[in-house]
Structures are given as C-alpha cells and as structure tokens.
Design a protein around this ligand. Structure first.
Ligand code: FAD
Ligand code: NAI
Length: 466
C-alpha cells in the first residue's frame, strides 16, 4: 500500500495531523498499536480524568453545598462501580468518534505496532503477529508518552500505580499517597479526596504545580488543605514499598528535619511522563533520541528529510492541544503553506476545583529575564457572580509590560478558569494592553469581570470593586 503520508500514533497529535493531511488532499494512513484510537488523551488521560473529576464534583456539591442552596436530600453515597462505568462510556463515545472521523476523511487505519524498515517503509505488526508493509513519501511520528516510574520503585500496578491504574481502580482508596504535586497528582488526588479517600501529596519542590506562576501554587495549596488534602512540600521520597496489604512511603524534608513515614493502600506516582519510542525502529533510519525525545528542528522535522515528529514525543509542554497544533502545523507545511505555532500562548489548565489556568509568562520568568513588569490581581471573593455560586476561592492575576502595558501573562485560579483562559489567549494573540481589555464591556455578573478588574488594576491600579 502506497501513501503520501503515514502517521504513527493516533493520539490528539496523530489523529489531528491525519485529518488535516486528508483535508489537504494527501492519501493518508494512521497506525495505532492499541485497539482503540485517541491515544493517551482519550483512553487514559484528559477525557477519563475529566469524567471522574466531574462525577466527584457532583458528589461534593450534593454532599456539602446542596443544603445551603436550600435543597434537602438524604446523604448521598458514592456508587464507585457506576462512576467508573460512566467514565468508560464517556471514553467509548469519544474513541468511537475518532474512528468515525477517520472513515469520514477516508484515512486508512492500520492496527498494530508501526516500525521503520527504512525512511519510506513502515512495517505494521498486529497483535496476532501478522505483518503488513506500507510505503510512503512522508512520515509523521506521534507516539506520545508514558508515565515515569520512580528509579527505586517500579509500577507494580497493584499498590504502586500510575494515572492509568488510578483511573480504573476497583475500590475507593482509604488512604491514597500521591508522589508529585503536579497536574496529575492534584487532579486525581482531588477526585479521590472528594469521594472519601484520605489523600496525602508529597512534592519534591517547594510549591504545588511548580511550573505555573507561584501565586497559583500557593493558592492551590491553601484550597487543597481546606478540602482535607494533606500536603508535604519540599520532601524527597526515599523509599516506596508494597508490603502486600499496604504501601509504605518514606520521605525526608530536603532542608533537614523529621523524616516522614506514610502508610496507605495505594501510592500514585505522578512525577512526570517520558516520551515513548519503543518498537519504532528509529535506529533503522539513524535517529537517536535525546533525553528520550525525538530531536526536531523549528519545523518539527527530524534529521531525516521526510520524517517529522510531534506532540509528547518531542520537546515542549506535554499537552493535547499542543500536540494538535503541531499536527496541523506539519500537515499544512507538507502542503506548502506557511503555518505557525505560538508556543508562548499554549495555555495550561489544571482541572481541580477551583480550576487553575495560565497563559504567557509567569512572574518568576519575568523576574528572571529582567523584564520590567507590573501586576494586577482581583480576588473571586469580591465578585458578585462568585458569591452567588459560593465559589469565592481564587483570583485573577494579570502581568503587563511596565512601559507599554502589553499583557505578558494571565493566571487564574477560580471557578471556570479553564474556559476563561481563552480570553487571555485571544488578548495576547492580538497583543492587547491591559487597558485594552479593561475598556471592553464584560457582562455582569460573570466570572470574566475578574479579568477586567485585574486588567484595570494592572493598567492603572484602578480596579473598581476592591
Ligand atoms: P498520545 O496521546 O500519547 O498518543 C500516542 C499514541 O501512539 C498511543 O495511542 C500509542 O498507543 C501509539 N503508539 C506509540 N507507539 C506506537 C507504534 N510504534 N506504533 C503504533 N502506535 C504507537 N493534556 C491536556 O491538554 N489536557 C488534559 O486535561 C490532560 N489530561 C491528562 C490526564 C492524564 C491522566 C494524562 C496521563 C495526560 C493528560 N494530558 C492532558 C496530556 C495528554 O494526554 C497528552 O499531552 C497527549 O495525549 C499527547 O498526545 P500525543 O498525540 O503526542 O500522544
Ligand atoms: P508534572 O510535571 O505536572 O508534575 C510532576 C510533579 O512531580 C512536579 O511537581 C515535580 O516537582 C514532582 N516530582 C518529580 N520528581 C519527584 C519526586 N521524586 N518526589 C516528589 N515529587 C517529584 O507531571 P504529571 O503530573 O505526572 O503529569 C505529566 C504530564 O501530563 C504533564 O506534563 C502534564 O502536562 C500532562 N497532564 C496535563 C493535564 C492537564 O492539562 N490538565 C492533566 C494531567 C497531565
């Protein structure tokens, strides 16, 4: 079988690249080793985690907030089997949707492990060992990433688990110990804390979600503690042991002090993910990985002329929408267009409640670069809309250039931050000043008024409602 483009991997990078290639008139195939399409994101990542976050949030509202709203119900109970089943249904409808999109765009789907024979030939080995050989002009590698284990404690998938197992547990943990207070740790930690687990987070650095603006991590730690999550910052984990009926985690404070020994029934290790290239046969085309990543140039081209790589397997943020942008970029470039990805404006979101969302530079980055900046903040508790829904935790923080007033970063922790950040992206794509946004009418009462107020505060220290 002869193709213009073969995409290896059907996550958000791969399937979006394939669709755009097909739209542009290329005869396209996609190779996927798993039974279903959609990669990490749809099967064991973004979608199932958000499904459980939503279910657990409904439970919290019913348990803790309905009465105050004047809704009396008997004490709600968690039906965990149903929660996991619904999550499975949500995943199924999403992955079926991708299979439909492949058909609609006349993209051939080959199920099996794809590996290079040479730069124009891909061998697909299916589960039953059957081999199919495909030839192609161009290849896009989109093989994604896998969870990183601790060097001294492999995932046993029973008590020492990754996010994949945490999305598929058979019981609600009594005590879930989370190693790594990043995005996965805080999202899945929230799910289980809401439905009754004791949750303890052990983080090596001095802040939760440490890649985001420091104010966000501080506020998230405050809210997490309020929600009953135990947080140990600045702790180095030294041992994790599955003793059969429980898991024992030992950690030491980085700067000295009393060592910690925690006993739980599950330990979620969420210390980052690593690029995945096993079985791809990169050696056959002379590509060596660097820190696990496939090296690419500014145009996402590898050192082999007709081979490109995108998404989690290359440098940059490991995010579904980043992978998608790169998929579109490569396809359009192959068609002779001049696409562009603005990496600074790839937003980052943590789907805890309150949500955290960021775009642009953090205050720490601006300080480090020596750029003169000003800040404006506005707390949710001063917002009418937030009081109406009792979602008063959080704030909006806007960073702007000291001289020109151009917005350099928008950081939000609060209800609906995940959706609000798109306004920050739009403003920054158009290089708006804080005053530009501050002078635009924002509907009342909305959470977005906090963005306007933070811009007023940043542009001229003239927030109205505080
Ligand atoms: P992947 O989605 O990892 O897909 C790679 C695919 O390639 C896989 O299906 C794999 O089976 C296949 N493959 C690998 N090697 C071969 C081979 N040799 N032959 C054939 N097939 C192969 N990101 C967000 O933006 N928002 C979120 O809310 C979010 N939540 C997440 C929650 C969790 C729990 C996790 C783990 C991740 C989450 N992410 C989220 C990150 C997101 O899932 C990844 O950034 C995204 O999936 C990367 O897309 P990708 O296409 O590069 O790779
Ligand atoms: P992460 O990079 O977000 O967080 C890992 C955390 O573990 C960091 O805070 C780090 O300091 C800490 N850490 C590292 N080694 C440690 C150790 N030995 N002991 C204690 N702490 C340690 O990685 P995470 O949460 O595993 O997620 C992986 C990727 O998946 C992320 O890059 C993220 O982009 C993506 N993802 C995105 C989501 C979203 O967009 N909402 C949701 C979930 C995952």
């Amino acid at each position: 079988m002869q193709y213009n483009v073969i995409v290896i991997g059907s996550g958000p990078g791969g399937y979006v690249a394939a669709i755009r290639c097909a739209q542009l008139g290329f005869k396209t195939a996609i190779v996927e080793k798993y039974d279903t399409l959609g990669g990490t994101c749809l099967n064991v990542g973004c979608i199932p985690s958000k499904a459980l976050l939503d279910s657990s949030e409904h439970f919290t509202n019913a348990k803790e907030h309905f009465a105050e709203h004047g809704i009396d119900i008997p004490a709600p109970k968690v039906n965990f089997t149903q929660m996991i089943k619904r999550k499975g249904d949500v995943v199924k409808s999403n992955v079926d949707g991708i299979a439909y999109l492949m058909k609609k765009n006349k993209i051939d789907v080959h199920k099996g492990v794809g590996s290079f024979v040479d730069k124009n030939t891909i061998k697909v080995t299916s589960k039953d060992g059957k081999e199919t050989t495909l030839t192609t002009e161009k290849v896009i590698i989109a093989t994604g990433s896998k969870p990183t284990p601790l060097p001294f404690a492999a995932f046993d998938k029973k008590r020492i688990i990754s996010s994949t197992e945490a999305l598929e547990l058979k019981e609600v943990p009594k005590h879930l110990i989370v190693i790594g207070g990043g995005v996965i740790g805080m999202e899945l930690g929230s799910v289980y804390a809401r439905i009754g687990s004791k949750v303890t987070v052990v983080e090596f650095l001095d802040s939760l979600i440490p890649t985001m603006d420091g104010t966000m991590g501080k506020e998230l730690a405050r809210v997490a503690k309020k929600q009953g999550i135990e947080v140990y910052l600045g702790h180095k984990v030294t041992a994790v042991e599955n003793t059969g009926s429980e898991v024992v985690v030992k950690a030491e404070p980085k700067n000295g002090g009393t060592a910690l020994e925690l006993k739980g029934d599950y330990c979620l290790v969420s210390i980052g993910r690593r690029p995945y290239t096993d079985g791809l046969g990169l050696d056959k085309i002379g590509i060596q990985t660097e820190k696990g990543q496939i090296p690419v140039d500014d145009h996402l081209k590898t050192k082999v002329d007709n081979v490109y790589a995108i998404g989690d397997v290359v440098r940059g943020a490991m995010l579904a929408h980043k992978a998608e942008e790169e998929g579109v970029y490569v396809a359009e470039q192959l068609a002779g267009q001049k696409p562009h990805v603005n990496y600074l404006l790839i937003p980052g979101v943590v789907y805890t409640w309150p949500e955290v969302a960021s775009v642009g530079y953090t205050e720490e980055q601006l300080k480090q670069s020596g750029r003169a900046y000003k800040t404006g903040s506005f707390p949710y508790k001063a917002l009418g809309r937030a009081r109406a829904s009792m979602d008063t935790d959080g704030l909006v923080k806007v960073l702007a250039d000291k001289q020109t007033d151009e917005i350099l970063g928008v950081h939000i922790i609060g209800a609906r931050a995940a959706d609000m950040i798109a306004a920050g992206v739009t403003a920054m794509e158009f290089r708006a000043s804080a005053e530009d946004v501050a002078r635009m009418s924002h509907a009342h009462p909305t959470y977005m008024e906090a963005v306007k107020e933070a811009c007023l505060a940043a542009s001229d220290n003239r927030a109205i409602h505080i």
